[in-house]
Write a protein that binds this ligand. Structure first.
Ligand SMILES: Nc1ncnc2c1ncn2[C@@H]1O[C@H](COP(=O)(O)OP(=O)(O)OP(=O)(O)O)[C@@H](O)[C@H]1O
Ligand SMILES: [Mg+2]
Length: 153
């Protein structure tokens, strides 16, 4: 599915909807250029889960955990990961095969570590010159994610 968002607040809204619909064990792989809005989409997801803390980018820590919502949120940013072993060392499998929600920024960098079933979200900045416009493409790998189809409406 393709969703055009006109500004930051629509990106946050989309994230909130995802956070409200999300189910235990969901994995969201976010790809898109620097500054495309991956962290802000994650902020929306966190709000939709009812998380009260402020979401900050885990670029230097690889993962941040949030426990105050309806489901736990594990927010990864693997931009600076050079070796998949670094991810294994922090117990990656225990996060992704848990009852929490996993969001991974720059997931394409660790493609080989992602399980079969996941939601792929690609955020693309507009070439039209409108800095606030984003085209968001969402694909579902695995039938588990049928409950997210209503995002389109
Ligand atoms: N429609 C939009 N959706 C998301 N962010 C937007 C939008 N329009 C403008 N922005 C701006 O774009 C920037 C997105 O930053 P953000 O940190 O979320 O990107 P990112 O993809 O996580 O970057 P990085 O790759 O560095 O982690 C913010 O400054 C935000 O205000
Ligand atoms: Mg980011």
């Amino acid at each position: 599915m393709k969703i055009t968002v006109n500004n930051l607040s629509e990106t946050l809204d989309l994230g909130r909807k995802i956070g409200m619909l999300a189910k235990p064990g969901d994995i969201y792989c976010l790809d898109g250029d620097i500054g495309s809005g991956k962290t802000h989409l994650t902020k929306g997801i966190a709000e939709g889960l009812g998380i009260k803390e402020n979401i900050t980018s885990p670029t230097f820590t690889i993962v941040n955990e949030y426990h105050s919502g309806r489901l736990k949120l594990y927010h990864f940013d693997v931009y600076r990961v050079n070796d998949p072993d670094e991810i294994y060392a922090i117990g990656f499998d225990e996060y992704i095969f848990s009852d929490g929600i996993t969001v991974i920024e720059w997931a394409e960098y660790i493609k080989e570590l992602i399980p079969e079933d996941y939601v792929h979200i690609i955020i693309k900045k507009s070439e039209s010159g409108n800095d606030d416009l984003r085209e968001i493409t969402i694909t579902f790998q695995g039938s588990k994610y049928d409950y997210l189809k209503e995002l389109e409406i």
